[in-house]
Design a protein around this ligand. Structure first.
Ligand code: 26V
Length: 801
């Protein structure tokens, strides 16, 4: 049906009538999207089946990437592109009078993630399949992804997200492969033939039903699987109140949790974690036992990677299956488990590290708790042998201590590989946060600097730039992204630089049109587009950006002749619903925007835009249109960042601290092609005697903007921004906003001065694009494969060289 344009058109019209029971003339955009989606899903089936058969026949080592989040975004154009049928379909639809772009807009984002961690998982799936590796995702099919954000009178309002409203065209439900997941109940210990046998009785069982989504590699006929589990009532429920049981069961996969400060009461969150782990591991083991008659060699054929600690119960769950189902003894089960599981850490912020109170953990997961307890006992004994008498250390390192289960400690003890997500982050883990563990398991620690799929973030989302690159250096960069460095040959080519400039202008105009349509605010595409898009967190310091805008506003007001290159500051950010402070920052951005955008005194020189409901599909429009990328976290706090890489790949210049992957971006582009400012990580970590009030008193620019938070300057409720004011002065500015203010103002001045020299700016921009190949997730995935998973590369080398 996709062999040529005419065949496609014929099939499309036939399918549309059959599926929708309408003539083409009567059909809506939704009907057309559904029809096309189903056709593509069916088209991919053959390669999907073949890929699975190939993996089964070769008995290749498989990787399973367990993640509580997969932030996929939309899949229509991505699939068309990877299947190599984009042009044919676009032209075929065009002949029928349909614009593919409009059909694309029908699709809801699959927003099953909060931010970087979930998007990384999605980029990894694309790279695994595109490099022809046998790697699959396991996640949860949340009924509601991350909330939809509306801004009403400057405040964030959350609405439930409804990505499944129109059904999902990409998924295949496989009810016959459902797994029963047990919760609550008791564990009976019996003795059978001289062995202890554990029986989980009176459990409440929830049925996990897999929905499989095909993950097509880039034009290589490999189709891997993303398996998302849906919670449903067990087919044979034994329950007094059946309706209550149904409701409680379905609630397990109803909502994605926002990355909020940890709330002890979130029993449902722990339920989700075990639900994911139990269903995934049972299905992996079931598949394995089809080809093998025992579990002794399991670790030679299976790698299970846990994306942060959310799926860390994979460790005790695998132990349980190996022992209670497979009949293995503890020592052998432990050897196999610790050679199967690998773990990535994504944050050093202590408030984000997961712990669970025993009083919640033990009753919900009685058998798993017993195993975790045993792992802890044995680990503490080992520590006692290594550090006799060092109680303090043992207390610090124990997996269970002070009535809490520490998930990161379980991950560190039960996996063979622990990696950070950027060089600096891994060093901080080794030297500080996880130093106790590094001392006893140095061989486990390694770095894997994050990456992004250049196929979505350049080839798909910025087609004009992608075409220019291909015209210049040929298409090899699509499979070998490091080839982008050949663009450096064009550094002194004024025709090329002009083309680059022209593309940026056109992308900026497209974004300006969208902003106009959405907000009614008209912005000038010849101004500098200065963008900060990411989750709202205090450590990411959106506040520093706003205080700078307030300062610029004050400067222009004081001195209308003040030399300032016109700028449009663009924000996009969701705050966790329960994160009071973050929501206040959103209100502040909108309040400043309202004032600035309506003041004729700064007209045409300063605009502030808050784009509501930041998500993958919106991000794809923003990155190509950005001139400046704001990566201004307090040094040492941002594990890596991946937005920074997306901006760079689209030719934006970074204003950033030496934090996360910014450090490596700087190493690659050179210090003259990036705007670095602020305290460095070791300065932050070793800072002695910071007193934010001193900066408030001695710097009148700071005093002015901070006072404006509460002195009625914004003509809002007087105490609206009190919490922000207090965080800066009363709570001694935990994230060094005032400390870095001067340095930030100076670097921003330099940005404006540099932009005036268009040719210089374009050369810097080109350098960023040219050096971005390293930050492709293809490179990251090859490193995971070579150093951690050690999966067979034979196939992909044959295809790619
Ligand atoms: C969660 C929380 C919850 C409580 C409030 C503070 C806080 C701060 C951060 C988080 C997120 C933790 C996990 C996470 O999403 N990490 C992100 O992972 C990305 C992919 O590796 C990485 O690029 C980001 O730097 C990192 O923040």
């Amino acid at each position: 049906m996709f062999s040529n344009k005419e065949a496609f058109k014929r099939h499309f019209l036939q399918r549309l009538e059959m599926m929708c029971g309408k003539s083409f003339a009567e059909s809506t955009k939704d009907d057309q999207f559904d029809t096309l989606g189903h056709m593509i899903r069916e088209y991919v089936s053959k390669d999907w089946i073949n890929t699975n058969e190939r993996y089964r026949a070769a008995d290749e080592r498989q990787v399973y990437y367990l993640s509580i989040e997969f932030l996929l975004g939309r899949l229509l154009r991505h699939n068309l592109m990877n299947l190599g049928i984009e042009e044919l379909v676009e032209e075929g639809l065009h002949d029928l009078g349909i614009d593919l772009k409009q059909i694309e807009d029908v699709e809801s984002d699959a927003g099953l993630g909060n931010g970087g961690l979930g998007r990384l998982a999605a980029c990894f799936l694309d790279s695994l399949a595109s490099l022809n590796f046998p790697g699959h995702g396991c996640g949860i099919r949340y009924k509601h992804g991350l909330f939809e954000q509306k801004i009403i009178e400057g405040f964030q309002v959350e609405l439930p997200e409804l990505w499944l409203r129109h059904g999902q065209v990409w998924e295949v439900r496989k009810a016959d492969l459902a797994i029963e997941v047990p919760f609550w109940g008791n564990v009976k210990v019996l003795e059978e033939n001289g062995r202890l046998v554990f029986q989980h009785t009176n459990a409440e069982k929830i049925s996990a039903v897999p929905y499989d989504i095909p993950v097509a590699g880039f034009k290589n006929q490999t189709v891997n699987t993303l398996r998302l589990w849906n919670a449903e009532p067990s087919p044979f429920p034994f329950h007094k109140d059946i309706l209550k049981y149904k409701r409680e069961t379905e609630s397990v996969s109803e909502f994605l949790y926002p990355d909020d400060t940890h709330d002890e009461g979130k029993i449902l969150r722990l339920k989700q974690q075990y639900f994911l782990v139990c269903a995934s591991i049972s299905s992996i083991v079931r598949g394995y036992l089809k080809k093998h008659d025992s579990l002794h060699d399991f670790h030679r054929h299976v790698c299970i990677h846990i994306n942060d600690t959310h799926p860390v119960l994979a460790i005790p769950e695998l132990m349980r299956i190996l022992m209670d189902v497979g009949g293995l003894g503890w020592d052998e089960a432990w050897d196999i488990t610790t050679q199967t599981i690998s773990y990535t850490n994504h944050t050093t912020l202590s408030e984000a590290l997961e712990t669970w109170p025993i009083r919640i953990f033990q009753p919900l997961l009685p058998r798993i708790y017993m195993i975790v307890n045993e792992i802890n006992e044995r680990f503490c004994q080992k520590l006692w042998q290594l550090f006799p008498g060092d109680w303090k250390r043992i207390e610090r390192m124990a997996i269970i201590a002070h009535d809490q289960v520490k998930m990161a400690h379980l991950a560190l003890v039960g996996s063979y590989s622990v990696n950070g997500v950027a060089a600096l982050h891994t060093e901080i883990l080794k030297k500080r946060e996880m130093n106790d563990f590094y001392q006893i398991f140095p061989e486990k620690f390694n770095n894997k600097t994050n990456g992004i799929t250049h196929r979505r973030w350049l080839l798909k989302s910025n087609p004009m730039l992608a075409d220019l690159v291909t015209e210049a250096i040929g298409p090899s960069w699509i499979r070998q992204p490091e080839e982008l460095s050949r663009l450096l040959e064009y550094q002194n080519d004024s025709v090329f630089l002009t083309q680059l400039d022209d593309i940026k202008k056109r992308n900026k105009q497209k974004l300006a049109d969208r902003i106009q349509a959405q907000t009614g605010i008209s912005i000038d595409s010849s101004t500098i587009f200065d963008v900060q898009v990411k989750r709202l967190h205090a450590y990411k310091r959106q506040l520093l950006n706003v205080l700078h805008i307030m300062h610029i506003y004050n400067r222009i007001k004081e001195d209308p002749q003040y030399l300032f290159y016109p700028r449009t500051f663009i924000f996009g950010a969701k705050a966790s619903p329960g994160y009071y402070y973050a929501k206040k920052i959103i209100k502040l951005i909108n309040t400043v925007a309202e004032k600035v955008n309506n003041d004729p005194a700064v007209h045409d020189r300063l605009k502030v835009i808050f784009l509501e409901n930041y998500r993958v599909s919106l991000a794809e429009e923003i990155f190509p249109a950005a001139d400046v990328s704001e990566q201004i976290s307090t040094a040492s706090k941002e594990a890596s960042g991946t937005g920074n890489m997306k901006f760079m790949m689209n030719g934006a210049l970074t204003v950033g601290t030496l934090d996360g992957a910014n450090v490596e971006i700087k190493e690659r582009v050179g210090e003259n092609n990036i705007f670095i400012f602020g305290l460095k990580a070791d300065e932050v970590l070793n800072y002695q005697g910071y007193r934010s009030v001193e900066f408030f008193h001695y710097d009148k620019r700071i005093r002015k903007v901070v006072e404006q938070l509460t002195n009625g300057f914004f003509a809002d409720v007087d105490d609206e921004f009190e919490a922000i004011y207090d965080s800066l002065l009363m709570q001694n500015d935990q994230y060094f906003v005032l400390r870095d203010f001067d340095s930030y103002v100076n670097i921003q001045k330099k940005v404006g001065q540099t932009y005036v020299n268009k040719e210089k700016w374009l050369k810097m921009s080109l350098m960023n694009i040219a050096q971005s190949g390293y930050f492709s997730s293809d490179r990251t995935i090859k490193e995971y494969v070579d150093d951690i998973w050690k999966i067979d590369q034979a196939d992909y080398t044959r295809l790619y060289h």
